[in-house]
Design a protein around this ligand. Structure first.
Ligand code: E4P
Length: 219
């Protein structure tokens, strides 16, 4: 399973990329706001850190405006990195129209705010490179978010659909294990949860024990 960092925090992305575990990045307007940096500054840096798909979200509401905005975003990125741009488009009829046009222009898209398998199927039919089902937000309203990942993976497998499934809105490490067991293509994970995945209290205790014992070995 590929791991994307779900963040616009350049320091966090840089640190996690240095671990050798980052395949891509997803951002959204909320994450950009949280980073405290301008969108231009993030765009300028982020592609230099990770050589993989980087999702940048459009905020226009009409398909024609989304397409123009997406083309503007691609142009903002240096030529060498443009292949890594994935335009995040919301899952609604205008978004689908935009996805169709962008895919015809060879621009990658990530259809976001997906809450059902039917939405994922339509997004894939329109030509989406990626779909992002938000499992945590479904859990938040008392629905089993992971169930739609199972449904989407089953449908996409049945029809050899090439659109990749990004498990999004991940809230804890167990979500990641479930996503991987189902066989989802990608999990986009907040930095704090990636750090939790790397940690285990027994590992820390074990390291300390070895260090203490090494001190007592005759050198
Ligand atoms: C990723 O593409 C999404 O923007 C993100 O995972 C949403 O997560 P949230 O529901 O925690 O805001």
């Amino acid at each position: 399973m590929k791991i994307f960092v779900d963040s616009a925090d350049l320091e966090e992305i840089r640190e996690l990329a240095s671990w050798g575990i980052v395949d891509g990045v997803t951002t959204n307007p909320t994450l950009v706001k949280k980073s405290g940096r301008s969108f231009s500054e993030i765009i300028e840096e982020i592609f230099k850190i990770v050589d993989g798909p980087i999702s940048l979200e459009v905020v226009s509401e009409k398909a024609s405006d989304m397409v123009k905005e997406a083309e503007g975003l691609v142009k903002k990125v240096s030529k060498q990195y443009q292949k890594n741009v994935a335009i995040k488009v919301p899952m609604n009829p205008e978004g689908l129209k935009a996805v169709k046009q962008l895919s015809e222009k060879g621009i990658k898209t990530n259809v976001t705010l997906i809450f059902s398998a039917n939405q994922a199927l339509l997004a894939a039919k329109a030509g989406a490179s990626y779909v992002s089902p938000f499992i945590g937000r479904l859990d938040d309203i008392g629905q089993d978010g992971m169930q739609i990942i199972e449904e989407i993976m089953e449908i996409f497998t049945n029809y050899d659909i090439e659109t990749e499934v990004i498990v999004a809105s991940i809230r804890h490490p167990i979500h990641v294990i479930h996503a991987a067991r189902i066989g989802a293509d990608i999990a986009t994970i907040p930095p704090g949860i990636i750090r939790k995945m790397a940690n285990h209290s027994l590992t820390d205790v074990g390291i300390q024990l070895f260090l203490n014992d090494w001190e007592k070995v005759k050198k």
